[in-house]
Design a binder for this molecule. Structure first.
Ligand code: SAM
Length: 222
């Protein structure tokens, strides 16, 4: 089995199931044209986020890691009229493209992009007694995932769903002697989730157009 075959299966699924999802497709084209690095979620994973939001009837969504706004658009399109999404990134050039993506999708009034170091923005949100989010997507610098988990818990309520991307990294996650900060961050993130009695957690591997990786999903209990 070659990586090329995983991609072909993703292409097949995308042709079957994402035919009508023209807005995210246009947004991804826009990101590519503007040289946004291809570290966005895969199209079928973007649609998974979209569907998880709808399944949970989530109205308030938080995203950590905007990039060009591709996953933001998938999630924003899942929101009801009174839904709101806040997305965090520190990179001005990515944020500029993300704003264009949101305009293309007609989401400019539903989505707020907050520029800054995510941990600092999150602290400001806690201090400002920001109302809890229903759905939180963690997809920024993986070494800070334990920090983002702490803030996610402070900004959640029972029933909040927390999703984290890139938790497998071609099995690098097994390398517990791992020197890389991002792997250490992910291992600590897993341990913190398991140790937290407020969370129900699972994780699974994904194989596809983005190679071999995975997602973790948690629900806040109480
Ligand atoms: N969620 C996006 C998608 O699927 O389209 C991809 C996000 S990309 C993997 C990670 C993003 O996190 C980058 O845009 C990067 O600028 C941002 N980022 C990394 N470290 C950050 C930090 N400490 N504070 C704020 N943003 C950060």
């Amino acid at each position: 089995i070659t990586e090329e075959r995983y991609k072909q299966v993703d292409d097949y699924f995308n042709q079957l199931f994402l035919k009508e999802d023209v807005i995210p497709e246009k947004v991804l084209e826009h990101c590519k044209k503007n040289n946004i690095p291809a570290i966005n979620v895969a199209p079928n994973q973007g649609k998974l986020l979209h569907m998880l939001i709808r399944m949970n009837a989530a109205r308030h969504v938080l995203e950590i890691g905007t990039l060009g706004g591709y996953s933001t658009v998938w999630m924003g399109l899942a929101l009801p009229d009174d839904g709101r999404l806040v997305t965090l990134d520190f990179d001005e050039s990515y944020i500029r493209i993300a704003r264009e993506s949101l305009n293309m999708a007609g989401l400019q009034d539903k989505v707020e992009i907050r520029q800054g170091v995510a941990a600092e923005t999150l602290e400001q949100m806690v201090q400002a007694k920001q109302a809890p989010f229903d759905f939180i997507f963690i997809d920024a610098d993986k070494e800070n995932n334990p920090v983002y988990l702490d803030y996610a818990l402070k900004l959640s309520r029972p029933g909040t769903v927390i999703v984290a991307d890139n938790v497998v990294r071609q099995a690098k996650i097994l390398d517990d002697s791992g020197k890389a900060d991002n792997i250490r961050g992910l291992r600590r993130f897993f341990d913190d989730m398991v140790d937290n009695p407020r969370l129900t957690v699972t994780a699974f591997q994904t194989l596809g157009s983005k190679g071999w990786d995975g997602l973790a999903i948690a629900i806040v209990k109480q």
